[in-house]
Ligand binder design. Sequence first.
Ligand SMILES: NC(=O)c1ccc[n+]([C@@H]2O[C@H](COP(=O)([O-])OP(=O)(O)OC[C@H]3O[C@@H](n4cnc5c(N)ncnc54)[C@H](OP(=O)(O)O)[C@@H]3O)[C@@H](O)[C@H]2O)c1
Length: 299
Amino acid sequence: MPRILITGTSGQLGFELQRALCLFGELRCPGRQRLNLASRQAVLAWLDAERPDVIVNAAAYTAVDQAESEPELAHAINASAPGAMAQWAAANDALLLHYSTDYVFDGSGETAWREDDAARPLSVYGHSKWQGEQAVRAAGCRHFILRTSWVAGVHGSNFAKSMLRLAASKEQLRVVNDQFGTPTPASLLADVSAQLLGRTLQDSEQPYGTYHVASGGCTSWYHYAEYVIGLAREAGWPLALPGDGLLPIPGADYPQQAQRPAYSVLDCSKLQQTFGLRLPGWQQAIHQLFATLDAARRD
Ligand SMILES: NC(=O)c1ccc[n+]([C@@H]2O[C@H](COP(=O)([O-])OP(=O)(O)OC[C@H]3O[C@@H](n4cnc5c(N)ncnc54)[C@H](OP(=O)(O)O)[C@@H]3O)[C@@H](O)[C@H]2O)c1
């Protein structure tokens, strides 16, 4: 039985990975207390002691605005730790699944980003994730880097859950309508990861490398909020927000510490063609996420 390390299991993606990957081997899921990615030495010591066959790195410093004032910590967790994992994997013939972000791109233009488009991150977070990618590639281990966008899971914090919480108590919400991307459920990302891992365990000769993984389509934060709040309204959730209480605003009216890309839609055709997978549209994917939240609310 392969030993599979999953980091970040208290987060959105890591939580789903525990469900999706448990079929493939014996999971090891140390939390931050036992494996702190801020320390490269701690990462290498843990790997030497536990010797996993597969490393699935779902942990990351994801506080995009806070990263602007903690660049060293963001770099340690998002770049140095994955680099150490990749070096260890190369030396020990382990497989590394690592995750990255649409925020490695600058968001210019209106064409979906392909894997080999030039990265030009606008934020410390985006830069640290890009450095993490480069460190993984440089190590020469067998790896998949899955770049994704606007992750939303049942477990953990995300935009959809924030909008539902705010709509329950506020009579007006102002949401940015000039940044475009694609909401992607953590469960979808975990299921794609399971597909790739399953294939690799059957046959270690795989087209490793970097792949974009997101739902289909594109939306703005405003239309995303409108969709999720609409689902809650239809399902009879008690909302303080009236039907005309959601207001579209330009990003310039909602200043944040970190700059976000204006258009970060990912072109996922490489993954779909290489592995014969179909990625659902974002509305279908978010509808499923909402159904789970709705069922939990009714219990
Ligand atoms: N969220 C998004 O919208 C988004 C978009 C694009 C790409 N991604 C990428 O997708 C991946 C998964 O993101 P996510 O949304 O699941 O993240 P998340 O919900 O914010 O979870 C992050 C996880 O990392 C752990 N972590 C943070 N610092 C750590 C440290 N020093 N040592 C050990 N563990 C640490 C957290 O543990 P604690 O509970 O202890 O803090 C948590 O389990 C990441 O690579 C992220 O960059 C996310």
